[in-house]
Design a protein around this ligand. Structure first.
Ligand SMILES: [Zn+2]
Length: 99
């Protein structure tokens, strides 16, 4: 079986399910033609940066999409009022509802 990323032929046991969109943002479409090494590399270099980006976290909060840990991210946990040094904090429960 040939990996579509590294183009190397490997045995079937060296492959794992690659989520086209990371499962932590609700992706459920998978491919079986990416080897584990490439899948891990994609996970650490692409998926983690995408899922941890503040804009994506804001959308995950709005749509209440939990990550693998089951937590809904809160990118508004610490913010500043524009033009001031005054901090504000938005707090949400485990289901993404404002407290
Ligand atoms: Zn590969």
């Amino acid at each position: 079986m040939k990996c579509i990323i590294c183009k190397e032929n490997k045995s079937y046991t060296n492959f794992s399910k690659e989520h086209i969109f990371p499962d932590s943002i609700g992706g459920n479409i998978t491919l079986d033609c990416v080897c584990k090494i490439c899948n891990d590399l994609l996970g650490s270099s692409v998926d983690s940066k995408l899922t941890n980006h503040e804009f994506v976290q804001l959308i995950r909060l709005a749509l209440k999409i939990p990550g693998k840990s089951g937590k809904i991210p809160n990118p508004l946990g610490e913010a500043y009022i524009a033009g001031t040094q005054e901090k504000i904090r938005y707090v949400f429960d485990n289901f993404g509802n404002p407290k």
